[in-house]
Each structure stands twice: as C-alpha cells, then as structure tokens.
Design a binder for this molecule. Structure first.
Ligand code: FEO
Length: 169
C-alpha cells in the first residue's frame, strides 16, 4: 500500500476514536444537565464512532499494515447548552467528511481502487451523519423552546439503540 494512503488511514483510526471520545463527552454533558435522551443518543453515536475506528484498523491489518495507536486528544469544546452540542456535531461531521475525502483523493492519485472501494461506505455514511446532525438542529430549533416539545424530543432520542455497522471486513 502507498505510504501516504497508509499514513492517512492510520491517522483516521485515531480521528474516529477521537470522535467517539468527543461524543461521549457530549453524552456526559447532556446527561448531566438532565437531557437523558440526548445523552443516550450521543452514547450510541460514540459506539458507532468506535466501530468506524475498528473498521479502519481492520482494513489496515487486512492489507498487511500494522496499525499504530497514538494518543487520543482530550475533548476540549466548551459546552454551554444543548444547541452548542448540536452545532459542534454538525461542524465535526463536516470535518470528518473532509478527512475521508482527503484519503479518497490520495488513494485515487495512486490508483488504489481497493481503498477507494473501502472508503465508499464511509462516503455514504458521512452523508447520513451530516444529514442526521442537521436534522437534530432543525428539530431542536422547532421544538426546543417549548417544554413539552423538548420533553418529547428527548424521549425520542432516548429510544435510539445501538446496531452494528452494515460494513463487515
Ligand atoms: Fe465516523 Fe461520525 O464519522
């Protein structure tokens, strides 16, 4: 595998674990301020991000590359309210999309079609994650200012359950 592609894939293992850590931080904050349903939603999201990290790790191993595990940054976003969390989520997902695109571009430039095919799942996944983050913002803007609306929204998010990723390597 091309060195640059390898390096970016390895870096993505860390980035996905960081995403898990960031969303766990969001989950802890939201649960702490009494938004248990939102907290649950982000805890499930953290599990999905851990799965993403494991998929990148497995892909490297499947291609004979030994992954290198590096330090995961402490989540350092100052959380002041629920809306900040939702806005930061969309921003973060847009950033992750740019990272996936960068790896895709690097793979394309060296005709690494196998990696491009592997990344296709993530390209689609990022589309869904950006859409979900945007939807949450819209719902919060619509119902968040009304106590009953917020209670219903929190209950809806509390019903989210984890399911394993559809991509199996
Ligand atoms: Fe692993 Fe939320 O992207």
């Amino acid at each position: 595998m091309d060195k640059k592609v390898q390096e970016l894939l390895n870096q993505q293992v860390n980035k996905e674990f960081y995403s898990a850590y960031l969303y766990l931080d969001f989950s802890v904050y939201l649960s702490d301020i009494g938004m248990a349903g939102f907290g649950n939603w982000y805890k499930v999201q953290a599990q999905e991000e851990r799965d993403h990290a494991m998929l990148f790790l497995q892909y490297l191993q499947n291609n004979g590359v030994k992954p290198e595990l590096t330090a995961i940054d402490k989540p350092a976003i100052a959380l002041t309210d629920t809306k900040t969390v939702l806005d930061e989520t969309l921003k973060h997902e847009q950033y992750v999309t740019s990272l996936i695109n960068d790896i895709y571009e690097a793979a394309h430039s060296v005709k690494d079609y196998r990696t491009m095919q592997f990344l296709d799942w993530f390209v689609k996944e990022q589309g869904e994650e950006e859409m979900n983050a945007g939807d949450l913002i819209k719902k919060y803007e619509l119902f968040g200012s009304d106590a009953k609306g917020l209670y219903m929204l929190d209950s809806e998010l509390g019903a989210r359950v984890y399911s394993a990723p559809s991509l199996v390597l």
